[in-house]
Write a protein that binds this ligand. Sequence first.
Ligand SMILES: [Zn+2]
Length: 346
Amino acid sequence: MPVKYKDYYQSLGVARTASDAEIKKAFRKLAREFHPDVAKNKKQAEERFKEINEAYEVLGDATKRKKYDELGPNWSSGADFRPPPGWESFREGAGRGARGQEFEFEFGGTGFSDFFEQLFGSRQRGAGGFRRPAGFEGEDLASERGRDIEGDILVTLEEAMHGSVRSVSVRHGVPCEHCGGTGQRARHVCNVCGGSGQVAKTDTHQVKIPPGVIEGQRLRVSGRGEVGMGGGAAGDLYLRVRLAKHPDFEVQEHDLLYQLEIAPWEAVLGANVSVPTLTGRVNIKIPPGTQNGQKLRVRGRGLPQRGGTNGDLIVETRLEVPERVSDSERKLWEQLAKESPFNPRG
Ligand SMILES: [Zn+2]
């Protein structure tokens, strides 16, 4: 099954030659507008945000961007796309039905396009392979446990904070009932499955995303993988959590990192400043003598973790200096320069 090509540069509105900094800047600007956690109209923003996040997931990562660029500039958005031969390793050993023919899984509702899943997703990798319960090796060859299938799921920080339930659909191959999966009926090629022994079926599952999920965590949906053969149990569906990039916060395990710009006088004199968290703004105290890059910890304002507590919000200060000053301001700085014994190189 071909997938639709995605033009990630177009999604972020940047040129193919854009620098990493330009890409990051474009993402942050768009994410501020469309991120489901901050956007005013969440529903409308959601589809657009998924597209932006996916684009940044690829273009914001040097290895993935290189791989993407290797596809060449001549693809247009929405064109039917099949990975070129060199990309086969991405789909290694999986998606093959019981009779050896290729059958690709398609996911819906995970927040990633089939194009992304095919080229960069975790689907079909790692979890594949026919597995039997321990102790049954070599026995009962006719009965085989169904294959596990794996995909990515985009989770916003809001969801990681509070948990959510998502509807995920998986389109996969199941044995053709018309011919019993043999591909033949009355010595003729089965006209339902065309001889492959498999037909496509879409299953929709409600997947629970528990509070406190972290990047890379695999959510197991028991028995929702490929069906088993000869009475074997069905495989499992695994969804690997990919946390959506947030315009304000970076995630470090269960902590959230926030960069706070401060003025020189705030750093020297101290200040009370309001900062955002995922659960509303809080006031924090900048102590007098705060340095550039100093980290202030706001306990319990991070993501949930095991044991019922939350990680922290870590506020990292960034000293901003005015680019222009008025005449009267200049006089004050000059007076300060004259009177202060402070020597940063002393
Ligand atoms: Zn059939």
